[in-house]
Write a protein that binds this ligand. Structure first.
Ligand SMILES: Cc1cc2nc3c(=O)[nH]c(=O)nc-3n(C[C@H](O)[C@H](O)[C@H](O)COP(=O)(O)OP(=O)(O)OC[C@H]3O[C@@H](n4cnc5c(N)ncnc54)[C@H](O)[C@@H]3O)c2cc1C
Length: 403
């Protein structure tokens, strides 16, 4: 194959384009929004395995200047008692550790690097449908009436993927998990917080999970996960006012021994929120020269801290499969064989983590009693799921083979 059409210029899309270029395959990225305009205000944990995957295509330097290192998580109960501390994936051979990065900055850096490498990224292009063409080719149709033809259509269009629906009209819809995500920033010097550099403080409060960290300039970055048995829609979440958030979070967090309420009071500007969604199993990932990768195929709860890293791994491994396998259909099948077990395991771990933040009073007592033992096991490297998440290495030069 020589030409790929990539729908989505978030994380997986630009990385797929750069990796395909290395594999000698031309591509165009079609993104519905203007450059890096989405989700201003959100930040994410960018794990070492994502860094490793970027390194496979020499794109890791693009993100190393972004955000700040957060290699350690410290967990506390609502009383302030330390339940345990765990490394967030250790470090790569050159000392690179997990970072916390603003999502829009990550998007912008990846898009810019793809453009710098000569990839065509077209903004304001909304994919609506696709149809197979003779000879195994595929045609993408856009909302403005335009179309584009290629040898493979890659849906890197996120959790509400339109490409996924074209591949399988019966594909599952995103699932709601019982917490919301609310977050913000506090400028330096407003609140004094007892946190070591490089540490993310995570509190299983009596009524609400709350986390915060300090960036290199003394700014506090925080998020909370207020429980919601009935998940509102994205529109309903957007309709909750800033004053309502402040009032709800104050009520939920005032019962705990933590700086949470002071942090929220000191947060200037609007407090933003997102529903918590995932996609545990998408049965069909590819058909007729179309395939989904990243969140379009397997979105995970933010609690796993792995969505962006898995999207990058997907993009690089798909490019390797297309480089090494004899034809596109075989490459897509081999790709699925290599990826499905890993990503579904991480999605399951993310859901478990989100669910544990929404337990009732009895569940909370059990959770807080079990956590120190579980965290000790993780810290010693004895927890297999944590090791599976982070200890993933991609060697670009190694040929893909499936035994
Ligand atoms: C609140 C929150 C916190 C998170 N925290 C973390 C974290 O700590 N760590 C982590 O690793 N991950 C985190 N994530 C998840 C992470 O953001 C995603 O897993 C990651 O962005 C997935 O990348 P992607 O490229 O697959 O999809 P996306 O980043 O969603 O990109 C999809 C792109 O496709 C575009 N698009 C969609 N439809 C169309 C269309 N029809 N036509 C053209 N373009 C289209 C979109 O505009 C978007 O740019 C979090 C997510 C949320 C919501």
């Amino acid at each position: 194959m020589t030409k790929a059409l990539i729908v989505g210029g978030g994380v997986a899309g630009p990385v797929a384009a750069m990796a395909l270029q290395r594999a000698g395959i031309d591509s165009t990225v079609y993104e519905r929004y203007p450059r890096a305009a989405t989700d201003i205000g959100a930040f994410l944990t960018f794990a070492v395995n994502g860094m490793d995957a970027l390194r496979a295509i020499d794109a890791n330097t693009v993100v190393t200047g972004l955000g700040f290192p957060t290699p350690t998580l410290v967990f506390r109960s609502g009383t302030g008692k330390v339940l345990g501390a765990i490394p967030l994936g250790g470090s790569l051979a050159d000392g690179t550790v997990t970072h916390t990065i603003k999502r829009a900055e990550l998007y912008g850096a990846l898009q810019d690097e793809a453009t710098r490498r000569g990839v065509a990224v077209e903004y304001g292009r909304t994919f609506v449908s696709a149809e197979p063409l003779p000879g195994g080719r595929v045609r993408a149709l856009f909302a403005d009436g335009s179309m584009a033809d290629g040898d493979l259509l890659i849906g890197a269009d996120g959790i509400r993927s339109a490409v996924r629906q074209v591949i399988d009209p019966g594909a599952p819809k995103p699932r709601s998990l019982p917490v919301l995500n609310v977050g913000g920033y506090v400028p330096s010097g407003q609140v004094s917080v007892p946190v070591e550099p490089g540490t993310f403080e995570m509190m299983f409060g009596k009524r609400c999970f709350f986390a915060y960290t300090l960036n290199g300039n003394g700014e506090i970055w925080w998020f909370a996960n207020p429980p919601r048995r009935q998940q509102p829609t994205a529109e309903e979440v957007d309709a909750i006012t800033d004053a309502q958030w402040r009032s709800e979070l104050r009520d939920l967090l005032s019962v705990d021994n933590s700086p949470a309420t002071a942090i929220i009071e000191a947060t200037p500007g609007e407090i933003r929120a997102w529903p918590t969604l995932d996609l545990p199993e998408v049965p069909v990932w590819h058909r007729d020269s179309m395939i989904v990768i990243g969140d379009a195929a397997h979105a995970t709860s933010p609690a796993s801290g792995q969505g962006a890293s898995m999207a990058i791994e997907d993009a690089v491994i798909l490019a390797k499969c297309l480089r090494d396998q004899p034809d596109t259909a075989t490459a897509c099948s081999v790709y699925e064989t290599l990826r499905r077990t890993r990503v579904q395991r991480i999605v399951a771990a993310g859901a478990k983590s989100s669910n544990s933040k929404a337990v009732g009073p009895v569940g909370r007592v059990i959770r807080d009693a079990m956590l120190p033992m579980f965290l000790r096991k993780m810290a010693k490297g004895g927890d297999k799921s944590a090791a599976v998440m982070f200890d993933h290495h991609i060697d670009w030069d190694a040929a893909i083979s499936v035994r």
